[in-house]
Design a binder for this molecule. Structure first.
Ligand code: PGA
Length: 249
């Protein structure tokens, strides 16, 4: 049985004090039977890690460098994130890919660096609306995962999380139907299984894209959907906790 995960991706939102308030509100209502992860802006990690200390809530970051150290202005290494108590790192989010030019190879290298630092990557994949409408969803998702298989192999997915996030569903209020999501999740698990059966059974595959308290239960009820990566609804503690509750085993 895979323990579900709900991860809140706070993106570029909040002040130090609002991040602290949100983290404390979430930590004050423990939800059993699901791993709860919050991913604040990097400069708020230190404050938030104190707020959730000794609670079940886990800390994640929104990206990590492919390198450990050196002349890489603006980057933060996975090792440094681990010093702040991070256990998870989102890698390859569609906003990183489309707005900041992170290509498949770059995302795969960042993924490997996260694993090498002993942290768990949450590796995002997903198609654009154009890809979906032209029938290329599976091809695009396969290519994104293939980049990681090439750099790190498939057995590493035993220690990683995948998030399927159709780009057309992110922040748009348009959610994939549970059937559309399950179809891609099953395909992803099959891709991993064709290379490493144990990893395929172990890897948790999250759905992301306009998940909210109203649609979470139906999505999480699907066999291959092991929780969610939540954007907008992660910024209000009541909504986020309600989504976490929907994922409980
Ligand atoms: P959303 O974002 O829930 O606001 O659609 C999800 C994400 O980008 O991870």
């Amino acid at each position: 049985m895979r323990l579900p995960i709900v991860a809140g991706n706070w993106k570029l939102n909040g002040s130090r004090s609002s991040a602290t308030t949100l983290a404390r509100e979430i930590a004050a209502s423990p939800v059993a039977g699901v791993e709860v992860v919050i991913c604040p802006v990097a400069v708020h990690l230190d404050a938030v890690s104190t707020d959730i200390k000794d609670t079940a809530v886990k800390l994640g970051a929104q990206n990590a460098a492919a390198q450990e150290s050196g002349a890489f202005t603006g980057e933060i290494s996975a090792q440094m994130l681990s010093e702040y108590g991070c256990e998870y790192v989102i890698i390859g989010h569609s906003e990183r890919r489309s707005l900041f030019g992170e290509n498949e190879e770059a995302c795969a290298n960042r993924f490997s660096a996260v694993l090498a630092a002993g942290l768990t990557p949450i590796f995002c994949v997903g198609e654009s609306l154009e890809d979906r409408e032209s029938g290329n969803t599976m091809k695009v998702v396969e290519k994104q995962l293939q980049a990681v298989f090439s750099v790190a192999g498939a057995s590493v997915f035993e220690r990683a999380v995948i998030a399927y996030e159709p780009v057309w569903a992110i922040g748009t209020g348009k959610t994939a139907t549970p059937e559309q999501a399950q179809e891609v999740h099953q395909f992803i698990r099959g891709l991993v299984a064709s290379r490493d059966e144990n990893s395929a059974q172990a890897v948790r595959i999250l759905y992301g894209g306009s998940v909210n308290p109203g649609n979470a239960s139906e999505l999480f009820a699907k066999d291959d959907i092991d929780g969610g990566l939540i954007g907008g609804a992660a910024l209000k503690s009541a909504d986020f906790l309600s989504v976490c509750n929907a994922a409980r085993l």
